[in-house]
Design a protein around this ligand. Structure first.
Ligand code: ZN
Length: 64
């Protein structure tokens, strides 16, 4: 079988992963899933984009 990846656990035969945004445990529907919900995935995506383009941009837009 494939080697376990970081943040991935196997409990009672079920694969459980830890969400990279909130750190909560979840059962991924896909082996490539990294976030517990689509909301967490969007938060991580926004932060990543904001950090790459302009650190203050996203924060400034929310504060407006
Ligand atoms: Zn999450």
């Amino acid at each position: 079988m494939s080697a376990p990846t970081a943040g991935q656990l196997t409990i009672a035969g079920a694969t459980v992963k830890l969400c990279e945004t909130c750190g909560g445990a979840f059962v991924p529907r896909r082996s490539t899933a990294r976030y517990c919900t689509s909301a967490c995935r969007q938060v991580a995506y926004r932060i990543r984009r904001g950090a790459e383009r302009d650190c203050g941009r996203w924060t400034a837009r929310r504060a407006t």
